[in-house]
Design a protein around this ligand. Structure first.
Ligand SMILES: [Fe+2]
Ligand SMILES: [Fe+2]
Length: 317
């Protein structure tokens, strides 16, 4: 791992070295403004497991070959929070954004059949991605949480899912090709906008590929290792108490708390974290339930005491 990122690198150098890492730090809940701090210093200040951060960064940098070193070292809750944040980004922000731009770019108003079919193709694709990611959120992550709680689960193995895990990006590739080959813009249609949509599709395709590669090369093998350790009685759960009391906030919930106590409205929180307002509201309900705190003033005290924000960052209005 000599050419990979290390905990001693400056976080600013790591982020600047490749654009995809910008999205990654947001998915870990790390805010920009990292100054001269190292990767370890920033991760510790953001309460993110440094090894898991480095695992993801190095797999993004070097590909699947970097994953082997980290499979037995990553922190599963951190990894799952990262993957879940990525799902939120795809479902609540990136794919709907591309759809809106696609609608503006292609001429659906003139009964253009190719335009209609392109939109239909895209909607089917979004549906497929949603199904895939919701399955992972609801079934795969809960399965791993059961394993982490030390449960010997007998009715499922990660291999049943990972062996047919689909990258999903091939459909986007197909869509891009259909637009390039068969869609002729009518007069008055902005080709700049259409090129922008195609460019966004390229980015989304690469982003989805990287996400699925991360699951294939790092997450699923780590789950498999966990299964083996549990089967061989080599795993001792240390997360049960934390999960069962229901009081521990997830990384995303901590981000929402930080935004709320800084005075952001729900809409501003949604825009800041690239999620929908509904998702913000769901998180806020969960935060209130877990902490039994229902006011912003109460939340502010919680955030300061737990180091989520500093006193000079909070809104005192
Ligand atoms: Fe996923
Ligand atoms: Fe997946």
């Amino acid at each position: 791992m000599t050419t990979g990122y290390t905990e001693h690198n400056k976080m600013s150098d790591v982020i600047a070295s490749q654009p995809s890492l910008l999205q990654m730090i947001s998915r870990f809940g790390i805010q920009l403004g990292v100054g001269e701090k190292t990767v370890r210093e920033v991760c510790e200040a953001s309460k993110v497991d440094t090894t898991t951060f480095l695992a993801v960064a190095n797999v993004m940098k070097q590909g699947a070959t970097a994953a082997g070193f980290y499979i037995d070292k990553i922190d599963m809750p951190t990894m799952m929070r990262h993957l879940e944040s990525a799902h939120e980004f795809f479902l609540d922000f990136q794919l709907p954004h591309i759809r809106r731009k696609l609608l503006e770019a292609i001429d659906c108003s003139r009964q253009n059949e190719v335009a209609f079919l392109i939109l239909k193709f895209y909607d089917e694709y979004m549906h497929e991605v949603r199904k895939h990611m919701e399955y992972e959120n609801q079934h795969i992550f809960s399965y791993v949480k059961r394993l982490l709680a030390g449960e010997k689960v007998t009715d499922f193995r990660i291999g049943q899912y990972s062996s047919s895990h689909d990258g999903m990006e091939h459909k986007l590739q197909e869509l891009k090709n259909i637009i390039i080959k068969y869609y002729s813009p009518n007069e008055g249609t902005s080709s700049d906008l259409l090129c922008y949509v195609l460019f966004s599709i390229y980015n989304s395709e690469a982003d989805l590929r990287a996400h699925c590669d991360m699951e294939d090369s790092l997450f699923f093998p780590a789950v498999q290792l966990l299964e083996e350790r549990i089967a061989n009685n080599q795993f001792v759960s240390n997360t049960g108490a934390e999960n069962e009391d229901g009081e521990t906030l997830t990384e995303r919930e901590r981000q929402i708390v930080a935004c709320v106590v800084r005075g952001l409205t729900n809409r501003e929180v949604a825009e800041h974290l690239f999620i929908s307002i509904n998702t913000v509201l769901t998180h806020r309900r969960n935060i209130s339930r877990k902490l039994d705190i229902h006011s912003v003033s109460g939340l502010t005290i919680y955030a300061i005491v737990n180091g989520i924000v500093q006193i000079d960052e909070v809104s005192l209005n």
